[in-house]
Design a protein around this ligand. Structure first.
Ligand SMILES: [Zn+2]
Length: 363
C-alpha cells in the first residue's frame, strides 16, 4: 500500500481492520511445469493459534519456494516457524516479524503466502532436504477456535537471471475507461509503459492482457471489500489487476493502490488474496490530470512489487526497514519507498522478484 501523505493512524486503521468476507473455495491452476512443482501438505490443524508441525522435502535444484495457506473465511495467518534441513531457523517463532526470512500476517483474511528467499541475505537459500514449518492463525473476531487450513508448497527451479510476468487488467469502467477502450486511452497506455520500463530495468518483461470484463465503476471501502473484489478474478497464470474509481470508507481515499497480499497468492483465482487494486481517482480526477498516467503507472508498479514479495524500504512508522541490504531506507528513488517514490529496483529486490513463482523464464 502506498499513500502520498497521510497520518499513521489512517494507515494502521487500514492495516488492522478485522473480520473477513465469505470465502469461496478457489480454483487452482495446475502449477506443475518445467520450473514449478506443487507439494501438497494437506490440512494443518490448530491448537489455540498455532498449528502442529508440518514437513516437506525440497529436492536438489530448487532455487526458491513459497508456502501457501488456504484457510478459513475471517481468519488471518502467518508462517510462524520455518526450519531448514540443516537446522537454521529462518523465522523466529517468538517474533516472526524479526528473523532471517521474516514473515507477516495476511493482508486480507482467508489465506497467506510466504516466499523464501524474501531478502538478499546469502544465508537464506532453498537448500535440499526436509524442511519443517508451523503456522499461526487468529480469527478476526478475536476468538481462536480449532479449525483447519490447507497448506501447499510451490517450488521453483530456475537459475535464469531474467523472466516474464503476465498481468490481467480489469478496468471496471472507472473514468469511462473500459476493457474495449483501454488500448486507445493515452494515459492508461502511458502508465503501462512506465510499469514495463520499471520492470525491464530488472530484466523482467511485463506482458499485458485485457480480458473482457464486466465494467462497472467501483468504490472499495474496506479490506473485506477488496477481498470480495479479488474473488472475482478468473485468471490463474498472472496477477489480476483491478482499476477502480476510488477508495473510501475505512481505506483512506488518498490510497493509490493495495496489494491483497505481501506476497499475494499466485496461480489461484477466486480467493481473497490474489489481486492488486489501483485507484484511478487520485490520478484521473482534476486538477491532478497532468500527472495521471505517471502516477497510476508508478502506483501499479509499486503494488506489483508488494504482490511479488517486496516490502517498503522503510515503513511509515520509521522503525521497520525492509530485509534487503541495498535499498536504502530513505532513498526516495526506490520503487518501494513508502510514499510516491521512484522507479529503482535494487539488485537485492531483484533477487526476491526472480524468486517469485509468478516470474517465469522468458521465452
Ligand atoms: Zn506500499
Amino acid at each position: 500500500m502506498r499513500y502520498p501523505q497521510i497520518p499513521l493512524a489512517a494507515i494502521l486503521l487500514a492495516a488492522c481492520v478485522q473480520g473477513g468476507p465469505e470465502s469461496s473455495k478457489d480454483e487452482r491452476a495446475d502449477n506443475d511445469s518445467a520450473v514449478l512443482h506443487n507439494i501438497d501438505l494437506g490440512s494443518a490443524t490448530f491448537t489455540e493459534n498455532r498449528s502442529e508441525g508440518l514437513s516437506f522435502d525440497i529436492p536438489e535444484g530448487v532455487t526458491s519456494f513459497m508456502v501457501i495457506v488456504d484457510g478459513a473465511p475471517g481468519a488471518f495467518y502467518r508462517v510462524a516457524s520455518l526450519e531448514s534441513p540443516t537446522g537454521t531457523q529462518h523465522i523466529d517463532p517468538e517474533d516472526p516479524s524479526k528473523s532471517l526470512n521474516r514473515s507477516r500476517w495476511s493482508t486480507i483474511a482467508g489465506g497467506v503466502a510466504h516466499l523464501l528467499p524474501n531478502s538478499d541475505d546469502p544465508m537464506v537459500t532453498a537448500e535440499a532436504g526436509r524442511w519443517s514449518i508451523e503456522i499461526d492463525s487468529w480469527q478476526g473476531d478475536g476468538t481462536h477456535p480449532p479449525h483447519e487450513a490447507q497448506v501447499r508448497v510451490l517450488t521453483k527451479s530456475d537459475e535464469s537471471e531474467s523472466g516474464r510476468l503476465r498481468l490481467y487488467l480489469h478496468y471496471s469502467g472507472a473514468f469511462g475507461i473500459a476493457s474495449a477502450t483501454a488500448s486507445s486511452e493515452r494515459e492508461i497506455q502511458k502508465s503501462l509503459e512506465i510499469v514495463r520500463s520499471i520492470f525491464a530495468a530488472a530484466d523482467i518483461e511485463v506482458e499485458v492482457v485485457d480480458p473482457a470484463s464486466d465494467d462497472s465503476p467501483l468504490t472499495v471501502t474496506s479490506l473485506d471489500g477488496l477481498g470480495d473484489l479479488s474473488k472475482l478474478a478468473t485468471q490463474h497464470d498472472g496477477i489480476n489487476v483491478f482499476f477502480i474509481e476510488q477508495f473510501g470508507g475505512e481505506i483512506p481515499f488518498q490510497a493509490e493502490g493495495i496489494s491483497s497480499g505481501l506476497p499475494g497468492v499466485p496461480y489461484t483465482a477466486g480467493t481473497t488474496s490474489a489481486s492488486v487494486t489501483v485507484s484511478l481517482g487520485e490520478g484521473f480526477r482534476p486538477p491532478l490530470q497532468l500527472k495521471r498516467g505517471e502516477l497510476v503507472g508508478h502506483s501499479l508498479a509499486h503494488e506489483l512489487g508488494h504482490f511479488l514479495g517486496l516490502r517498503h524500504t522503510m515503513e511509515a512508522n520509521g522503525f521497520s526497514e525492509d530485509p534487503i541490504s541495498d535499498t536504502g531506507a530513505s532513498n526516495r528513488q526506490n520503487l518501494m519507498f513508502t510514499q510516491t517514490g521512484g522507479n529503482e529496483i535494487s539488485a537485492g529486490q531483484r533477487r526476491v522478484l526472480l524468486a517469485n513463482p509468478l516470474i517465469l523464464p522468458a521465452d
